[in-house]
Design a protein around this ligand. Structure first.
Ligand SMILES: NC(=O)c1ccc[n+]([C@@H]2O[C@H](COP(=O)([O-])OP(=O)(O)OC[C@H]3O[C@@H](n4cnc5c(N)ncnc54)[C@H](OP(=O)(O)O)[C@@H]3O)[C@@H](O)[C@H]2O)c1
Length: 329
């Protein structure tokens, strides 16, 4: 992202990042601190160093990072977290694909949790911009007749198909983003949503976060049976953070933004990984009856806002370096 881009934030000001301990949340906190913002981050456990230590050692954290306790379904904690903020980056959401009770464990925190954040933003007139982390999953599973199409921000994943296929994560993100857009129509803040495809790149925390576990599974040679990996987009975590910051800083930013550098079929992914990392065995594991749900994702809108994507090599090299440093590979 170009330095010194036209900014709506003169003094940078105080911004909130929900889900600050997470894979993306912590990278976004790092980048916001580097750009001079004062950052408040929500966590669910202030006493657990695995959730806080990587944040507290970031450059600028001592002077400009405050961690607060908040749970998405606890309206009071969310309202207190938003109080006094000029901008809100809402990244927190359950990131897992299966659950005993998908409604309570995945859908409710994603949808009601997002609405709780937005209600708090509407209650606090200091809030001028809200950036929600959605997902390319909200776009890439539309009606089957669109399966050979290039999809853009006008496309939505089918609620009916996601329900039928028990794609609870996709359903949770689609419902949450749709509700958020509707709720935000007449509010004092400008709302944008960033829809990243599969995020890859360095891990800041000491844990292998939920989302990166899928990739570790591939590198360990185990079968990854996930419908979405049949054909999916990939993006570097730093580009996703930049997309959030561009959406916050650029006056013209509005609405949805797909954020995906490259689309690959599982076979293309496998070929790339086997060629680049010959020491790891990468299995073919996608059941043959699963067909791609789209042809390509268009990220032209976010590129027009100023984002330049990093390549596949950098995404995977950075992730593999993190796995190796953590002793996981
Ligand atoms: N990773 C990807 O490939 C990818 C792709 C597209 C979109 N996204 C989106 O990016 C965002 C961040 O995902 P991530 O990959 O960084 O996952 P992550 O590492 O699992 O982070 C999720 C964060 O949300 C917090 N959270 C979850 N439920 C919560 C609740 N009920 N109350 C308060 N906080 C809660 C978690 O807190 P704890 O640390 O306490 O668990 C964690 O900090 C999510 O919105 C996700 O849908 C991710």
């Amino acid at each position: 992202m170009e330095e010194g881009s036209e900014s709506i934030v003169n003094d940078r000001g105080l911004v909130l990042v929900t889900g600050a301990s997470g894979y993306l949340g912590s990278w976004l906190v790092k980048r916001l601190l580097e750009r001079g913002y004062r950052v408040r981050g929500t966590v669910r456990d202030l006493e657990n160093p695995a959730k806080t230590a990587h944040l507290l050692r970031l450059s600028g954290a001592r002077e400009r990072l405050q961690l607060v306790l908040a749970e998405l379904l606890d309206e009071r904690s969310i309202d207190a977290a938003v109080d006094g903020c000029k901008g809100v980056f809402h990244t927190a959401s359950p990131v897992f694909f299966e659950a005993d009770d998908p409604q309570a464990q995945i859908i409710e925190p994603a949808v009601t949790g997002t609405l709780n954040v937005l209600k708090a933003c509407a209650n606090h007139p200091t809030v001028k911009r809200v950036i929600m982390t959605s997902s390319a999953g909200t776009v890439m599973f539309p009606e089957p007749e669109l399966s050979n199409q290039v999809l853009d921000e006008s496309n939505w994943s089918s609620i009916e198909l996601s329900t039928q296929n028990k794609q609870w994560y996709v359903l949770s993100k689609t419902l949450a983003e749709q509700e958020a857009l509707k709720f935000s129509e007449d509010k004092q803040y400008v709302f944008t949503s960033i829809c990243p495809s599969v995020i890859l790149g360095p891990i800041l925390s000491s844990d292998i976060v939920t989302s990166a576990k899928n990739m570790l599974v591939i590198f360990k040679g185990d079968a990854l049976v996930a419908r979405m990996f049949c054909h999916v987009g990939y993006v570097h975590i730093d580009d996703v953070a930049s997309a959030h910051i561009l959406a916050y800083e650029k006056q013209e930013a509005n609405g949805r933004y797909i954020c995906s550098a490259i689309d690959l079929s599982y076979h293309e992914l496998e070929e790339f990984l086997q060629h680049r990392y010959p020491n790891y065995k990468v299995p073919i594991s996608i059941p043959k009856d699963i067909k791609p749900s789209y042809s390509a994702l268009s990220s032209i809108k976010i590129q027009q806002l100023g984002l330049q994507f990093k390549g596949l090599e950098e995404m995977f090299d950075d992730l593999v370096r993190s796995f190796t440093e953590m002793g996981s590979l």
